[in-house]
Design a protein around this ligand. Structure first.
Ligand SMILES: C[S@@+](CC[C@H](N)C(=O)[O-])C[C@H]1O[C@@H](n2cnc3c(N)ncnc32)[C@H](O)[C@@H]1O
Length: 225
Protein backbone atom coordinates (compact mmCIF):
# COMPACT_ATOMS: atom_id res chain seq x y z
CA UNK A 1 0.00 0.00 0.00
CA UNK A 2 1.45 3.38 -0.95
CA UNK A 3 1.53 6.28 1.52
CA UNK A 4 -1.33 7.89 -0.42
CA UNK A 5 -3.94 5.40 0.77
CA UNK A 6 -3.67 6.05 4.54
CA UNK A 7 -3.52 9.78 3.90
CA UNK A 8 -6.69 9.71 1.87
CA UNK A 9 -8.42 7.47 4.40
CA UNK A 10 -7.40 9.81 7.21
CA UNK A 11 -9.01 12.75 5.46
CA UNK A 12 -12.04 10.65 4.59
CA UNK A 13 -11.39 10.24 0.88
CA UNK A 14 -11.55 7.34 -1.53
CA UNK A 15 -8.23 7.14 -3.38
CA UNK A 16 -9.89 5.59 -6.42
CA UNK A 17 -11.68 8.83 -7.15
CA UNK A 18 -9.65 10.97 -9.53
CA UNK A 19 -11.34 14.14 -8.27
CA UNK A 20 -10.46 13.29 -4.74
CA UNK A 21 -6.87 12.53 -5.61
CA UNK A 22 -6.81 15.99 -7.17
CA UNK A 23 -7.93 17.30 -3.75
CA UNK A 24 -4.87 15.75 -2.14
CA UNK A 25 -2.63 17.41 -4.72
CA UNK A 26 -4.34 20.71 -3.90
CA UNK A 27 -3.67 20.08 -0.21
CA UNK A 28 0.01 19.42 -0.87
CA UNK A 29 0.15 22.59 -3.01
CA UNK A 30 -1.50 24.56 -0.21
CA UNK A 31 1.06 23.26 2.29
CA UNK A 32 3.91 24.01 -0.12
CA UNK A 33 2.84 27.55 -1.05
CA UNK A 34 2.31 28.55 2.60
CA UNK A 35 5.53 26.85 3.71
CA UNK A 36 3.36 24.55 5.79
CA UNK A 37 1.36 27.57 6.94
CA UNK A 38 4.43 29.17 8.51
CA UNK A 39 3.90 32.30 6.39
CA UNK A 40 0.29 32.91 7.47
CA UNK A 41 -0.61 36.13 9.32
CA UNK A 42 -3.58 37.20 11.43
CA UNK A 43 -3.73 41.02 11.32
CA UNK A 44 0.02 41.00 10.76
CA UNK A 45 0.79 38.45 13.49
CA UNK A 46 2.36 35.11 12.56
CA UNK A 47 -0.15 32.28 13.01
CA UNK A 48 0.81 28.69 12.34
CA UNK A 49 -2.54 27.26 11.31
CA UNK A 50 -4.28 25.77 8.31
CA UNK A 51 -6.85 28.42 7.36
CA UNK A 52 -9.59 25.85 6.79
CA UNK A 53 -9.06 24.45 10.29
CA UNK A 54 -9.22 27.99 11.67
CA UNK A 55 -12.67 28.32 10.16
CA UNK A 56 -13.83 25.09 11.83
CA UNK A 57 -12.36 26.32 15.13
CA UNK A 58 -14.24 29.60 14.68
CA UNK A 59 -17.48 27.67 14.17
CA UNK A 60 -16.70 25.53 17.22
CA UNK A 61 -15.98 28.56 19.42
CA UNK A 62 -19.22 30.24 18.32
CA UNK A 63 -21.17 27.06 19.09
CA UNK A 64 -19.62 26.28 22.49
CA UNK A 65 -18.94 29.89 23.62
CA UNK A 66 -16.19 28.88 26.07
CA UNK A 67 -15.74 30.97 29.18
CA UNK A 68 -12.15 29.68 29.24
CA UNK A 69 -9.97 28.46 26.38
CA UNK A 70 -6.63 26.86 27.28
CA UNK A 71 -4.07 26.68 24.48
CA UNK A 72 -0.86 24.64 24.60
CA UNK A 73 1.67 26.16 22.16
CA UNK A 74 1.59 29.95 21.82
CA UNK A 75 4.56 30.31 19.45
CA UNK A 76 4.38 33.87 17.97
CA UNK A 77 0.90 34.40 19.45
CA UNK A 78 -1.20 34.62 16.28
CA UNK A 79 -3.60 31.81 17.17
CA UNK A 80 -4.26 33.13 20.70
CA UNK A 81 -4.88 36.58 19.23
CA UNK A 82 -7.23 35.16 16.60
CA UNK A 83 -9.27 33.41 19.32
CA UNK A 84 -9.22 36.57 21.49
CA UNK A 85 -10.54 38.71 18.63
CA UNK A 86 -13.36 36.21 18.09
CA UNK A 87 -14.09 36.41 21.82
CA UNK A 88 -14.15 40.22 21.50
CA UNK A 89 -16.83 39.89 18.82
CA UNK A 90 -18.73 37.46 21.04
CA UNK A 91 -18.15 39.69 24.08
CA UNK A 92 -17.34 36.55 26.03
CA UNK A 93 -14.43 34.33 27.04
CA UNK A 94 -10.77 34.44 27.96
CA UNK A 95 -7.65 32.53 27.01
CA UNK A 96 -4.72 31.09 28.89
CA UNK A 97 -1.99 30.20 26.40
CA UNK A 98 1.13 28.29 27.44
CA UNK A 99 4.53 27.97 25.79
CA UNK A 100 7.82 26.64 27.02
CA UNK A 101 9.56 29.70 25.53
CA UNK A 102 8.45 33.27 25.06
CA UNK A 103 8.86 34.39 21.46
CA UNK A 104 5.80 36.62 21.27
CA UNK A 105 4.74 40.03 22.49
CA UNK A 106 1.10 39.30 23.21
CA UNK A 107 -0.92 42.08 24.76
CA UNK A 108 -4.66 41.61 24.87
CA UNK A 109 -7.00 41.89 27.86
CA UNK A 110 -8.55 38.48 27.20
CA UNK A 111 -5.17 36.67 26.99
CA UNK A 112 -2.93 35.45 29.76
CA UNK A 113 0.32 34.11 28.34
CA UNK A 114 2.22 31.70 30.58
CA UNK A 115 5.82 30.62 30.01
CA UNK A 116 6.11 27.01 31.21
CA UNK A 117 5.93 23.47 29.97
CA UNK A 118 2.36 22.26 29.51
CA UNK A 119 3.42 19.22 31.54
CA UNK A 120 4.48 21.29 34.56
CA UNK A 121 2.42 19.83 37.41
CA UNK A 122 2.19 23.12 39.32
CA UNK A 123 0.83 24.84 36.20
CA UNK A 124 -1.61 22.02 35.50
CA UNK A 125 -2.90 22.17 39.07
CA UNK A 126 -3.47 25.91 38.69
CA UNK A 127 -5.22 25.43 35.33
CA UNK A 128 -7.48 22.81 36.89
CA UNK A 129 -8.51 25.32 39.52
CA UNK A 130 -9.13 27.96 36.83
CA UNK A 131 -11.22 25.47 34.84
CA UNK A 132 -13.29 24.47 37.86
CA UNK A 133 -13.99 28.14 38.62
CA UNK A 134 -14.86 29.11 35.03
CA UNK A 135 -18.35 30.51 34.65
CA UNK A 136 -19.24 28.35 31.65
CA UNK A 137 -17.68 25.96 29.14
CA UNK A 138 -13.97 25.13 29.09
CA UNK A 139 -12.20 24.17 25.86
CA UNK A 140 -8.61 23.00 25.33
CA UNK A 141 -6.48 23.21 22.16
CA UNK A 142 -3.22 21.25 22.17
CA UNK A 143 -0.70 22.64 19.66
CA UNK A 144 2.66 22.27 21.38
CA UNK A 145 5.00 19.26 21.25
CA UNK A 146 3.43 16.82 18.76
CA UNK A 147 5.33 13.63 19.75
CA UNK A 148 2.82 10.84 20.51
CA UNK A 149 4.09 10.12 24.04
CA UNK A 150 3.95 13.81 24.97
CA UNK A 151 0.48 14.31 23.48
CA UNK A 152 -0.79 11.18 25.22
CA UNK A 153 0.44 12.54 28.57
CA UNK A 154 -0.98 16.03 28.09
CA UNK A 155 -4.31 14.61 26.96
CA UNK A 156 -4.55 12.81 30.31
CA UNK A 157 -3.70 16.02 32.15
CA UNK A 158 -5.93 18.41 30.21
CA UNK A 159 -8.96 16.30 29.24
CA UNK A 160 -10.51 16.50 32.75
CA UNK A 161 -10.64 20.31 32.38
CA UNK A 162 -12.93 20.09 29.33
CA UNK A 163 -16.59 20.53 30.22
CA UNK A 164 -19.31 18.20 28.84
CA UNK A 165 -20.38 19.27 25.34
CA UNK A 166 -17.08 21.14 24.81
CA UNK A 167 -13.93 20.06 22.96
CA UNK A 168 -10.39 18.88 23.41
CA UNK A 169 -8.85 19.82 20.04
CA UNK A 170 -5.68 17.85 19.38
CA UNK A 171 -3.79 19.45 16.53
CA UNK A 172 -1.51 18.13 13.81
CA UNK A 173 -2.42 14.44 13.63
CA UNK A 174 -1.50 14.87 9.99
CA UNK A 175 2.03 14.01 11.13
CA UNK A 176 0.89 10.38 11.24
CA UNK A 177 -0.70 10.41 7.80
CA UNK A 178 1.33 12.67 5.55
CA UNK A 179 4.97 11.68 5.01
CA UNK A 180 7.42 14.53 5.30
CA UNK A 181 5.11 16.69 7.38
CA UNK A 182 6.57 15.77 10.79
CA UNK A 183 8.11 12.91 12.75
CA UNK A 184 5.67 10.09 13.58
CA UNK A 185 4.37 8.69 15.85
CA UNK A 186 2.38 11.84 16.53
CA UNK A 187 -0.99 13.09 17.79
CA UNK A 188 -3.19 10.68 15.84
CA UNK A 189 -1.54 7.73 17.57
CA UNK A 190 -2.09 9.45 20.94
CA UNK A 191 -5.74 10.14 20.09
CA UNK A 192 -6.38 6.51 19.18
CA UNK A 193 -4.81 5.27 22.43
CA UNK A 194 -6.64 7.87 24.51
CA UNK A 195 -10.03 6.91 23.10
CA UNK A 196 -9.52 3.28 24.14
CA UNK A 197 -9.83 4.27 27.80
CA UNK A 198 -11.87 7.47 27.62
CA UNK A 199 -15.42 6.66 26.59
CA UNK A 200 -16.44 10.10 27.86
CA UNK A 201 -14.90 11.52 24.67
CA UNK A 202 -15.83 10.89 21.05
CA UNK A 203 -14.43 12.17 17.75
CA UNK A 204 -16.78 14.73 16.26
CA UNK A 205 -16.63 13.52 12.67
CA UNK A 206 -18.60 16.43 11.26
CA UNK A 207 -15.98 18.86 12.56
CA UNK A 208 -12.94 16.69 11.87
CA UNK A 209 -14.11 16.20 8.28
CA UNK A 210 -15.60 19.67 7.76
CA UNK A 211 -13.28 20.27 4.79
CA UNK A 212 -11.63 17.76 2.44
CA UNK A 213 -8.29 18.50 4.07
CA UNK A 214 -7.37 19.16 7.64
CA UNK A 215 -4.20 19.17 9.72
CA UNK A 216 -6.16 17.61 12.56
CA UNK A 217 -7.66 14.28 11.43
CA UNK A 218 -9.87 12.96 14.28
CA UNK A 219 -8.71 16.05 16.18
CA UNK A 220 -12.03 17.41 17.46
CA UNK A 221 -12.72 15.33 20.59
CA UNK A 222 -16.07 16.18 22.07
CA UNK A 223 -16.77 15.43 25.70
CA UNK A 224 -20.10 13.65 25.86
CA UNK A 225 -22.91 15.30 27.79
C1 LIG B 1 3.18 24.68 16.40
S1 LIG B 1 3.81 25.88 17.50
C2 LIG B 1 2.31 26.66 18.08
C3 LIG B 1 1.67 27.47 17.01
C4 LIG B 1 0.58 28.43 17.48
N1 LIG B 1 -0.46 27.72 18.23
C5 LIG B 1 -0.04 29.08 16.28
O1 LIG B 1 -1.04 28.57 15.76
O2 LIG B 1 0.52 30.08 15.82
C6 LIG B 1 4.32 24.88 18.83
C7 LIG B 1 4.82 25.62 20.06
O3 LIG B 1 4.82 24.68 21.14
C8 LIG B 1 5.86 25.03 22.02
N2 LIG B 1 6.17 23.88 22.87
C9 LIG B 1 6.88 22.76 22.58
N3 LIG B 1 6.93 21.94 23.64
C10 LIG B 1 6.21 22.53 24.62
C11 LIG B 1 5.89 22.19 25.96
N4 LIG B 1 6.32 21.03 26.52
N5 LIG B 1 5.13 23.03 26.68
C12 LIG B 1 4.70 24.20 26.16
N6 LIG B 1 4.98 24.58 24.90
C13 LIG B 1 5.73 23.77 24.14
C14 LIG B 1 6.98 25.49 21.11
O4 LIG B 1 7.88 26.32 21.83
C15 LIG B 1 6.22 26.17 19.97
O5 LIG B 1 6.21 27.58 20.18
Amino acid sequence: MSWVTPVLRAVGLDWKSRGRRANLRTFRDLIACTNNFATMRWLGNPIWQNVLDLWTIQETLAEVRPALLIEGGTHRGGSALFYAHLFDLMNHGRIITVDIERIHDLKHPRIEAVTASVLDVVLVERLRREASRAQGAVMVILDDNHAAAHVRQEMEMYAPMVTPGSFLIVQDGLIDTLPGFGKPPGPLVAIREFLLTHAEFEVDRAKSERFPFTHHPSGWLRRRL
